[in-house]
Design a binder for this molecule. Structure first.
Ligand code: FEO
Length: 170
């Protein structure tokens, strides 16, 4: 079944949103790097790679369904964070926003009775649960240590361990 124009449009909007997320996290990575928080910078850089992979997963899917991929301008990321706690608070807020975008996208697929797209989007629904949970743990730990001192250095070292894992094809 060919993809409907409505689902195609929404998937394309989500590609743009994922690339915006990639931009946002890359800018946060640069912020962390300037503050010598190299581990946090690494975590954000992996996050940037993940978001790019999300965009490409949507791109591949539109093509697989015989749809047309469209490219809109990517907005420049705005971050106004004073400290590392703010950075992760903003990250959580952003992921919660992305979750709402995914839920809306799922609602469109359901209303269009596009079962294939619904099934495909389930991956993103699950991914958002994981994204929010991971960021919440980091944010809460940062709050525990007040986002500073030797405890921050230890947490930063831990963040250095994160590596990008490509999305498995299913
Ligand atoms: Fe692509 Fe962080 O959600």
């Amino acid at each position: 079944m060919m993809i409907s124009k409505r689902v195609e449009k929404e998937l394309n909007k989500q590609i743009n949103a994922e690339f915006y997320s990639a931009y946002l996290y890359l800018s946060m990575s640069a912020w962390c790097q300037i503050k010598n928080l190299n581990g946090c910078a690494n975590w954000m850089h992996v996050q940037y790679q993940e978001e790019t992979a999300h965009a490409l997963k949507l791109y591949d899917y539109i093509i697989e369904r015989g749809g047309v991929v469209s490219f809109d301008a990517i907005a420049s990321p705005k971050i106004s964070c004073k400290n590392i706690i703010d950075i992760f608070a903003e990250t959580l807020k952003h992921e919660q926003h992305v979750t709402s975008l995914i839920n809306n996208l799922m609602n469109v697929a359901i209303s269009e009775k596009d079962h294939a797209a619904t099934n495909f989007l389930q991956w993103f629904v699950n991914e958002q649960v994981e994204e929010e949970a991971n960021v919440t743990v980091i944010l809460e730990q940062l709050k525990m240590i007040d986002g500073k001192g030797s405890a921050l250095l230890m947490l930063d070292r831990e963040m250095q361990q994160r590596v990008f894992v490509p999305i498995a094809k299913v």
